[in-house]
Each structure stands twice: as structure tokens, then as C-alpha cells.
Design a binder for this molecule. Structure first.
Ligand SMILES: Nc1nc2c(ncn2[C@@H]2O[C@H](COP(=O)(O)OP(=O)(O)O)[C@@H](O)[C@H]2O)c(=O)[nH]1
Ligand SMILES: [Mg+2]
Ligand SMILES: [Zn+2]
Length: 378
């Protein structure tokens, strides 16, 4: 057995406290957070129910389905339709149909139903606003999808980063900083887990040849674009065409060229990007997400939570099945629940050995299982 395996088995040792204790501790931290109402308003019964269960322990119902049932249960949508584009303290910033922004309170009956997730509402949510006379969010529209993952501080809770997303835009640099294939693979797993399409942008194509990597990610079904962001060159036009009018969540390490690409794709948007970037110095924006309207009618969603790249809240089997190249070999393993780490007659391991699965992909899988899925003390 490898030392890595013993690390994985050691997950219980990292939990001096019971699941219930961890939930309570996380909750007490939550109430001190900036943006107070985003914290859950849960009760003891909820804590009891969730203490010893995994993330999807909501009676078998996905959180998306649960949110949508809740949304449909809210009163008949009579208010003005709007879209959540940010948070400010305890208030919600919504964008109205004319593009203007409005600070809203949230009707207290909605606040009470937050139990079970870290944040009920998120950027991208479609809501109804009533004026009483101050603007109040009075009803929620069902979500098409949501970008979610187990909260890194309390994995019994789900953190929803954004809703109604068309595409997760994964930006990586081929060089400076070096290409982080493990990061691309983690974002691909996240997108797959949330059933959101992803594209891979291999930027700084002027500094290194990215054709082999482009072929790898294309073979996984992701559209790939090789770009030179600072010059607006490479596959910029096909990329612009692909993203036109879409709601995009852009993710990737700092310095890979995200801002350069956004400016190249949307000249004139620059000023607003600058504003968003400036806010980043404050404490507030570390927990706050924003959605900006793009000139082509799309949305650019910046959600700080996604900068943390660890995959959480999935089982090793989930991860293997969400990686299409590994999943293709999984049924040929001797054991149906093979972790592909140490079992005999493992078809995935064999495929990685003889080059049918890329080394980087198998390495990403192993490191997700052995690093990300192992809970650390918070
Ligand atoms: N050589 C090269 N440099 C780039 C490219 N795209 C961006 N840069 C530079 O990389 C640095 C980081 O870019 P930036 O857009 O701020 O990255 P961000 O942190 O992901 O938003 C800047 O100095 C850019 O000029 C590219 O395609 N090639
Ligand atoms: Mg930037
Ligand atoms: Zn296997």
C-alpha cells in the first residue's frame, strides 16, 4: 500500500469533534461573517439531521431541486423581475430590466428557509422585487442550474457560487505561470458535477506550444481556444463567437491573463473591470460575488469562492465517473467501486500505464482523491 492511501484512510483522525460539533462551530463563525443574511438561519433539528450525513442528504433530493421547489412555493410572482448581481452587507444588489442596479432587502419569510445551504440566494438568481415602498425581494424564480460545491470549512454544507450559468470559462496560461493541468482538471470536474458546460482557454500561446494540451482537452469534449490575451490574438474571434450572449463564470489562477482576455473580448468594458478589481482590496469582496452585464448581452460572473480550486463534497467514485477518460475504463475494473489507487485488475490504472489515459489526467485524479477529498481540520 502506498503512503498516499494511508493518508486517505486517515480522514477520521482529522475530526476531533463530532459532525454536530463541527456544524455548530461553523455556524457560530458564519454569524460573524460580512453579508450576514447570507449565513444560514438553521435550527437544531436541521443540525441533528445533517450531523452525520453527506452533502446530498436532503431526502435524496438535489439542492437544485430543493431550491426550485422552494422557489415555486413562494407567492405568485407579482413583483418586478430582476436578477441578483451582487451583495452588499445584509442587502442584495439586483439588476433591473433596464440595466440599472437597486439595493434590496429580502423578505423575512425567505430568510427563514435558508436552512441546509450556506447561502440561499446567489449571483445570477432571478427574483421578483416589490416596492413597499422600499424594494424587497418577495419571490424567487426556479434556477436552471447552479455552480455549487461543499463548503471548504464545513463540508456538510453546500456553498452555491452562482446560478443560471451558461459556461464555466477555464483560463490557464501555457507559460508564466506554468500550465497547471491539475487545476484545469479540477475545474472540469466541478463543471461536470454541476452539469455546466466548460471551455478551456490556453492563453499565452505566444510563449509555448499548446497544441498537444489542446488536443487532450478537446478529446474530453471541451471546446479549447489557444489565445494571446494581451494582444487580442490567436483564437480570439472563435472564442468571442462561442461566448456571445452567454453568462460566463471565468476561473483560473491569478496572472494567467483573465483580465487581458476580457478586455480583448469586450473593449470598452475595461473601466468596469477596473472597478471590480479595485474593490478586491477590501475585506468585503473576499466573500462577495458580482455579475456584470456585457456589451453583447451576456454576463460576466466573478465569484471569489471559485478561486479556491479544491474539489469537495464528492466521493472518489463520483470523481472517476465525472472524468470521461477515466470513466470509460471504470466498468472494466474488477471491483465496481474500484478507487483506481491500489486495487488489483484496475483497468483505469492499466490504461494510464499504457498511455490510453494521459498521465496528467490520472495524476489529477489521484491528487483530487488523496489531497482534496481528505478533510482537513478547519
Ligand atoms: N506573453 C503574454 N502575456 C500575457 C498574455 N495575456 C496576458 N498577459 C500578461 O500577463 C499578465 C497577467 O495578465 P492579467 O490579465 O492581469 O491576468 P489575470 O490575473 O488572470 O487577470 C499581464 O502582464 C499581461 O499583460 C499572453 O497571451 N501572452
Ligand atoms: Mg485579473
Ligand atoms: Zn480501477
Amino acid at each position: 500500500m502506498s503512503g498516499d492511501e494511508s493518508k486517505y484512510k486517515g480522514r477520521e483522525r482529522h475530526h476531533p469533534r463530532s459532525g454536530l460539533g463541527r456544524l455548530r462551530a461553523a455556524n457560530s463563525k458564519d454569524t460573524a461573517r460580512v453579508g450576514g443574511w447570507e449565513a444560514r438561519a438553521e435550527d437544531d433539528a436541521f443540525l441533528e439531521r445533517h450531523a452525520d450525513h453527506g452533502r446530498r442528504s436532503h431526502g435524496g433530493e438535489s439542492l437544485l431541486a430543493r431550491f426550485n421547489r422552494l422557489a415555486q412555493g413562494t407567492q405568485a410572482p407579482t413583483g418586478e423581475p430582476a436578477e441578483i448581481c451582487g451583495f452588499q452587507g445584509r442587502q442584495v444588489v439586483v439588476r433591473r430590466a433596464d440595466g440599472s442596479e437597486l439595493l434590496c432587502e429580502i423578505r423575512s419569510v425567505l430568510k427563514k428557509q435558508v436552512a441546509g445551504v450556506k447561502n440561499l440566494l446567489c449571483v445570477g438568481d432571478r427574483v421578483r422585487v416589490e416596492f413597499v415602498p422600499e424594494p424587497v425581494i418577495s419571490a424567487l424564480e426556479p434556477r436552471r442550474n447552479q455552480l455549487e460545491r461543499a463548503d471548504s470549512h464545513n463540508r456538510a454544507l453546500i456553498h452555491v457560487f452562482a446560478a443560471n450559468i451558461d459556461v464555466l470559462v477555464i483560463v490557464a496560461a501555457l507559460k508564466e505561470p506554468d500550465l497547471k493541468r491539475g487545476l484545469i482538471d479540477r475545474y472540469l470536474v466541478l463543471a461536470a458535477a454541476c452539469d455546466i458546460p466548460a471551455v478551456v482557454i490556453l492563453n499565452k500561446a505566444d510563449l509555448a506550444d499548446g497544441h498537444e494540451d489542446a488536443a487532450l482537452y478537446r478529446s474530453l469534449g471541451a471546446p479549447v481556444f489557444l489565445t494571446v490575451g494581451n494582444l487580442g490574438a490567436g483564437d480570439l474571434e472563435p472564442l468571442r463567437e462561442h461566448l456571445r450572449g452567454k453568462t460566463c463564470v471565468v476561473c483560473g489562477q491569478s496572472g494567467v491573463g483573465k483580465s487581458s482576455l476580457i478586455n480583448a473580448l469586450h473593449p470598452g468594458f475595461k473601466a468596469r473591470i477596473g472597478v471590480v478589481a479595485e474593490e478586491g482590496h477590501g475585506r468585503h469582496t473576499t466573500t462577495s460575488a458580482r455579475s456584470e452585464l456585457l456589451p453583447d448581452g451576456g454576463r460576466l460572473v466573478d465569484t471569489p469562492g471559485i478561486r479556491e480550486c479544491a474539489v469537495t463534497g464528492l466521493t472518489p467514485l463520483d470523481v472517476a465517473l465525472l472524468m470521461p477518460d477515466l470513466a470509460a475504463f471504470h466498468p472494466k475494473c474488477r471491483f465496481a467501486d474500484c478507487s483506481h489507487l491500489h486495487e488489483p485488475d484496475c483497468a483505469v490504472y492499466a490504461a494510464a500505464e499504457d498511455g490510453q489515459i494521459a498521465v496528467s489526467r490520472f495524476e489529477s485524479y489521484r491528487s483530487i482523491i488523496q489531497e482534496d477529498l481528505v478533510e482537513r481540520p478547519s
